[in-house]
Design a protein around this ligand. Structure first.
Ligand SMILES: *Cc1c(COP(=O)(O)O)cnc(C)c1O
Length: 408
């Protein structure tokens, strides 16, 4: 049972009621125009970036990976605080440009980029993380057509992996990047008249809560970057070492402590080889920056018993929050932290199944959850919901209204 596991994050409360940005959930839902909705706490986003700046090496650059949460207002807020934005589609590129950030600080990674996306990226003057030899050849053609030298970095698929990641994105055969062992020949023939070389992108995995694994990966990443740097005639302006910092979602998981990770990175930067002496190092983060600043709110619409189980029916579910339903890459479904907005704690708890309005048993908001007794009209809040929520869910499925999004 998941009793009290929401204690993994500190919640602001008043009279046992959840407060977000100093306001009640009912007030925020009214501002949002109704429930279901996502609420993003602007100050929490600012505080996250400040924590990174305070703890991580001062020369380490911080990028926001937009795919975690592409809400334009949120991206614009972060754009003022971080050093760059990473996009993975043309739509995300437009959102990044709309934030007002300097195009030179935008990079574009992702497999199977379309020709129109490559052209748009070159025309906009952003950096393209090249993921295949054919993509490089297409960029040469972009130069021939547009007369603008594409800014290129190579996304490299290393021969190591980031252990204990929620999602591994490197090592072994991958659709991402170019295998490290293919890089020497590509670098040897790189046409610097038709491209501007910027550096390397080595992203190994996501949702990692194991500091030792991350530290080992950072060591291997810098060593690989150094090897690659020796093979290219142009200076390596930047190395994007990926990110992967996770946040706790499930019972038993804990906040990642940054101190050892930061110390390790500082050592690596201090003792970097000469080939990387003038290189800027970048970390790109998605969920670590935005995940804990977001809340998904839905409302109880019905309550019923079925053969010994209590069901809370809500107006929200899988269609807004696929990850919370357990259908976004998880092997075994576990509950996100879920609370009852107006009563965070009570000695009297009931075990409930919280479900949404979709005609599928997959539509779970919380399973076998112990919560204070809830009634029709109450607000249910899913915590840790600022990343991979609204934009990563099949909102059109079954035709229910989309979730409103409020940044406040
Ligand atoms: C998805 C992705 C990220 C963000 O991952 P998080 O786990 O949200 O931090 C960063 N970089 C690349 C290349 C990605 O594909």
């Amino acid at each position: 049972m998941d009793k009290k596991h929401h204690r993994l994050t500190t919640l602001a409360s008043d009279n046992n009621q959840l407060r977000i940005t100093g306001r009640s959930v009912a007030q925020l839902v009214t501002v949002a125009g109704g429930s279901p909705c996502y609420i993003y706490d602007r100050q929490a986003l600012t505080a996250r970036v400040a924590q990174f700046r305070q703890q991580m090496p001062s020369t380490l650059r911080l990028h926001y990976a937009i795919k975690a949460n592409p809400m334009p207002a949120l991206v614009s807020h972060l754009a003022q605080l971080v050093d760059g934005l990473d996009v993975a589609s043309h739509q995300e590129l437009l959102i990044a440009l709309g934030s007002g950030i300097n195009a030179a600080h935008i990079s574009f990674a992702g497999p199977a980029k379309g020709l129109h996306e490559l052209k748009a990226a070159v025309a906009a003057g952003i950096t393209i993380n090249v993921e295949s030899l054919l993509e490089l050849e297409r960029l040469y053609k972009c130069y021939d057509e547009l007369g603008i030298r594409p800014r290129v970095a190579f996304r490299v698929n290393p021969d190591f992996e980031l252990k204990s990641s929620g999602m591994k994105m490197a090592g072994g055969p991958r659709q991402f990047g170019i295998d490290a062992e293919q890089m020497p020949s590509i670098l040897a023939t790189l046409d610097l008249n038709r491209t501007e070389f910027h550096g390397f992108h080595i992203f190994s995995g996501s949702q990692n809560l194991n500091a030792e694994s991350l530290m080992a990966c950072h060591r291997q990443t810098v060593a690989l970057a150094a090897q690659l740097a020796e093979q290219v005639v142009a200076p390596v302006k930047h190395v994007n070492i990926g990110g992967g910092l996770g946040i706790p979602y499930f019972p038993g998981e804990q906040m990642l402590a940054l101190d050892n990770i930061a110390h390790n990175l500082q050592q690596l930067l201090d003792h970097r080889p000469a080939s990387l002496a003038n290189t800027e190092f970048v970390m790109e983060l998605g969920r670590w920056l935005v995940g804990e600043a977001g809340y998904y709110v839905c409302q109880v619409t019905d309550k019923k018993q079925s053969r010994g189980q209590t069901y809370l029916m809500t107006n929200g579910g899988l269609h807004h929050h696929l990850a919370n339903s357990g259908n976004f890459g998880q092997v075994l479904r576990k509950n996100y932290p879920v609370v009852l907005a107006h009563c965070l704690d009570s000695d009297e708890q009931e075990v409930v199944e919280i479900v949404g309005p979709l005609c599928t048993p997959l539509d779970i908001v919380g399973a076998k959850l112990a919560l204070p007794a809830a009634a029709v009209g109450d607000f249910i809040v899913v915590l840790q919901s600022g990343a991979y929520g609204a934009s990563a869910s099949p909102q059109k499925f079954l035709g229910h209204p989309e979730a409103a999004e409020l940044l406040i």
